[in-house]
Ligand binder design. Structure first.
Ligand SMILES: *Cc1c(COP(=O)(O)O)cnc(C)c1O
Length: 437
C-alpha cells in the first residue's frame, strides 16, 4: 500500500514514512493511493466481531509488506485496551461513545494507534524518536497518555501557562517518565511557533530525532475509521433501510475517517457534518463556495475551527466535485443556545449527560431526521468527549455535576510536574539538549 500527497500524486511513500513525516514535504496531506476493497469482510461481521479484530484487519491491509501479522497483533493490543460503546436511544437513534480511553475523548483512538505503531517501527529498526507537540488542552493529553511508557520514545509537550483548564493541566503534567511537560510563559500561538522553530533548527535537528504527532498525521486519522466499521457491525441486525453517521466536526478528521470506511465498502448512506457557528463546510455544501475564515469561540470549543485542515482530504475523495460531496455529506449548524437546550433535554428525558460537542451532533441528527422524514433510518451520533471534561457548561445546562471518569479523577489528585520556561527557542533548545540528547 502506498500513500500520496493531496498536492502531488507522484510524492509516494509507504506507511512508515507517512507516519514519521507527518506532513508531506510539499505541504500536502498524505492519503491512501488506492481504496481498499473490504465489502466481503464487512458483510461477514456481526455484533460479536471485536473492535480489535476490525482494527487488525484494516491495519494489516494498510501496512502490508511492512509489518507482519505478529506485529499487527502487538500494535492493536497495545493501542486498544479500551473500546467504543454503543448506546441505543429512541427510534433509530444511537450514540457511539468514543470517550472510554485514557484522556476521555475520541482523540485517544488516533493518538494511541499512532504511538503503538511508531513503537513497533522503532523497535524493528532500533531507532528512537522525540515527539514534540504544542497543545491548547485536549490534544496534548491524548498524545501524552498515548506515548507514556512506550519504548524508544520521549514526549515533550508545550502548553501555555494559565490558559489550559486545571484538569487539562493535571492530565498533561502528572504522567512523568518519558513525558516532559513544558509550561510556556506565553500563548498557545507561542507554543506552536516554538515547535515550528525547533523542527527547523539545525542544531536540534542534528542532535535529536524530532517527530511530530500532529492531528493531520495519517497515523491518527486511519484508526478513526475502525469504529465506524464496529458501529455498523453492532447495528447490522437493526438496519432496515439507511444508515447515517452524524459527526460533530472541527478539523474534519473524524468525518474524513468515516468517509474512508465508506470508500472501502462500508454500506453507509451518508454523513451529517455537524458544526457549531464555525460552519465553513456546511456553508460550502449549501453554496458551493469554500470560504475559510477566522474561528469564533463557542461552547463546543474543540470544534472552533475556521479553516478545517482535512477539507483537502475530503476534496481528494470527491475529486473536487461539489455535487459528489453533497450527495454523501449533509451539513447542519447548531447554535450555543441549542447546544445548552439539547444538553438539558437529553438529561431530562434520558438521565444522560452529553458533552457540548456531542450535543451539537445530537441536535444536528434530530433536525436532519425531521427535515428528511427518515422514519426508518438508523442515525448514529458520535460522542466525542466525556461530559465531565466540560463541567461548567454541563452544570449550567442541567444544574447537575457529572462524575469524573476514573482516569481523570486519578490525575486530578496527582502532583503537577512541569518546567516553567520563557517563550524563546534558546531556552527550550538548551533544555532539550540537556535532557534528551
Ligand atoms: C477534536 C474534537 C472534535 C472535532 O474533531 P475533528 O476531527 O477535528 O473534526 C470534536 N469533539 C471533541 C471533544 C474534540 O476533541
Amino acid at each position: 500500500m502506498k500513500f500520496i500527497s493531496t498536492r502531488n500524486p507522484s510524492l509516494r511513500v509507504n506507511f512508515e514514512e507517512a507516519l514519521f513525516q507527518g506532513l508531506a514535504s510539499d505541504g500536502g496531506l498524505f492519503i491512501p493511493e488506492e481504496d481498499l476493497h473490504l465489502q466481503q469482510h464487512f458483510r461477514a461481521m456481526d455484533r460479536k466481531t471485536s473492535f480489535q479484530d476490525i482494527a487488525s484487519l484494516i491495519a494489516a491491509y494498510l501496512m502490508k509488506g511492512e509489518i507482519d501479522a505478529g506485529g499487527i497483533q502487538r500494535i492493536v493490543r497495545a493501542a486498544f485496551p479500551f473500546e467504543p460503546k454503543l448506546v441505543q436511544m429512541e427510534n433509530g437513534l444511537s450514540i457511539l461513545e468514543l470517550f472510554h480511553g485514557p484522556s476521555s475523548a475520541f482523540k485517544d483512538f488516533g493518538a494511541s494507534f499512532l504511538a503503538a505503531t511508531m513503537e513497533e517501527y522503532l523497535q524493528n529498526s532500533a531507532r528512537r524518536a522525540v515527539i514534540l507537540t504544542a497543545t491548547s488542552g485536549d490534544t496534548g493529553s491524548a498524545v501524552a497518555q498515548a506515548f507514556h511508557n512506550r519504548r524508544n520514545v520521549d514526549v515533550v509537550i508545550l502548553y501555555p501557562s494559565g490558559r489550559v483548564s486545571p484538569l487539562q493541566e493535571k492530565q498533561l503534567t502528572t504522567l512523568g517518565g518519558n513525558v516532559l511537560a513544558l509550561e510556556v510563559k506565553g500563548s498557545f500561538d507561542d507554543c506552536q511557533r516554538l515547535v515550528k522553530e525547533a523542527f527547523v533548527d539545525p542544531v536540534l535537528k542534528k542532535a535529536l530525532p524530532l517527530t511530530s504527532a500532529n492531528s493531520i498525521s495519517l497515523g491518527r486519522l486511519i484508526p478513526q475509521s475502525f469504529y465506524y466499521v464496529w458501529a455498523f457491525a453492532q447495528l447490522k441486525d437493526r438496519l432496515e433501510e439507511e444508515l447515517f453517521f452524524c459527526v460533530p466536526s472541527g478539523n474534519f478528521g473524524n468525518l474524513t475517517a468515516g468517509v474512508y470506511a465508506w470508500k472501502w465498502g462500508l454500506p453507509v448512506t451518508g454523513f451529517v457534518a455537524a458544526t457549531n457557528a464555525n460552519d465553513v463546510v456546511p456553508q460550502y455544501l449549501e453554496t458551493g463556495i469554500y470560504q475559510p475564515r477566522p474561528s469564533v469561540l463557542t461552547y463546543s470549543n474543540a470544534m472552533d475551527v475556521g479553516s478545517p485542515s482535512n477539507f483537502e482530504r475530503l476534496e481528494a475523495v470527491f475529486q473536487k466535485n461539489w455535487n459528489l460531496m453533497r450527495a454523501m455529506i449533509f451539513g447542519q449548524t447548531v447554535t450555543d443556545a441549542e447546544t445548552l437546550s439539547t444538553i438539558r433535554e437529553v438529561y431530562q428525558d434520558h438521565n444522560m449527560f452529553l458533552c457540548p460537542h456531542t450535543a451539537v451532533g445530537y441536535q444536528a441528527a434530530q433536525r436532519f431526521r425531521e427535515e428528511n422524514r427518515l422514519d426508518h433510518a438508523q442515525l448514529c451520533v458520535l460522542a466525542t468527549a466525556h461530559p465531565a471534561k466540560f463541567l461548567d457548561i454541563v452544570e449550567r445546562a442541567t444544574g447537575k455535576t457529572p462524575e469524573l471518569p476514573p482516569g481523570l479523577a486519578a490525575a486530578a489528585t496527582k502532583a503537577k510536574q512541569a518546567i516553567l520556561v520563557e517563550p524563546q527557542l534558546e531556552t527550550i533548545s538548551r533544555l532539550l539538549l540537556e535532557r534528551l540528547a
